[in-house]
Design a protein around this ligand. Sequence first.
Ligand code: ADP
Length: 261
Amino acid sequence: MSGRFDGKVALVTGAGSGIGAACAARLAAEGACVGVLDLRTAGARATAASIRARGGTAMALTCDVSDDKQVEEAVATLVTSFGRVDVLHSNAAVLDHGVYGRDRELETLDVAVWDRTMEVNLRGAMLMVKHTVPVMPDGGAMVLTSSVSALAGDTVHAAYGASKAALLGFTRYVATMYGARGIRCNAVAPALVLTPAAERALTPDQLAVKQAERLLPWACSVDDVASLVAFLCSDEARCLTGQTLVIDSGTLAHRPQHAVE
Ligand code: ADP
C-alpha cells in the first residue's frame, strides 16, 4: 500500500460510523496508521476491524470526547503505540441526542440538550486539539467537522448550528496559534450526507425538498466528505489553513429568486 499518508499517524473521532468511519478508512487506505475513536466501543472496533481486513493498521479507542481525562488517556494510548499524531480529524458530534431529548424549538428546549450538544460538538473538539497539539510534529494537519448548519439558519435545530458555528471560530484560533509550526487547521461543512439510514429517516417528500435545494443532481456521500478531508490533511493543501470548505452539492451557493417584471 502506498499513498499520501504513508508513515503518518492519524486520529479520527466519531469514527465508529458515518463520516468518521469513511474518513478513517480513507486515511488508512492511503497509508496512515489510524486511531479509530468513538464513544461506542462496538462502532470503533468495527471500523478498525474493517481497516485491518483491508491490510491497513488501526487501533480502536473508546472515549467520550467531552471528557478531558478520557481524551488525554486516549491520545496517550495511541502515542504509546505509534509515537505521535500527524493528522487529527475531530468529527464526533451529537444531533438530537436521544438520552437528553431533542434539539428542537427553543421555547420547549431542555437546557440539558443545549449543554450536551455544546459539550460534545464544541468542547470535544477543543479537548481533542488541546491534547493532540503537544504530540503533533511541526507540519501536522487538523480538520474539524462543522456543518452547513453553521452558515445558514434552519427552523429545526436550536443548539446544533450554534455549536457548529462556534467550531469555525475555534478553527481560526487553532490555525492562528499553530501556523508558525506549520500546523494547519481547517473545517469542513457538509450538508446532510445521504447514508442509507438518513434516507430511511426522511419521507419521499422530504427527500424531494432536499434535492430541490441542491444545484447538482446528487447528494454528498460519506466518501465525498472523506475525499475532501484527506485532501485537507495532505500536503496538497499545504497553503490552506483557517478555512471552511462547504461540501453540499451547491445548497448554500444560491437563493430562490424571482424576476420582477
Ligand atoms: P455522521 O453521519 O454525521 O458522521 P453519526 O451520528 O453517524 O453522524 O456519527 C457521529 C459519531 O460520533 C457516532 O459514531 C457517535 O457514536 C460518535 N459520538 C457521539 N458522541 C460522542 C462522544 N461524546 N465521544 C466520542 N464519540 C461520540
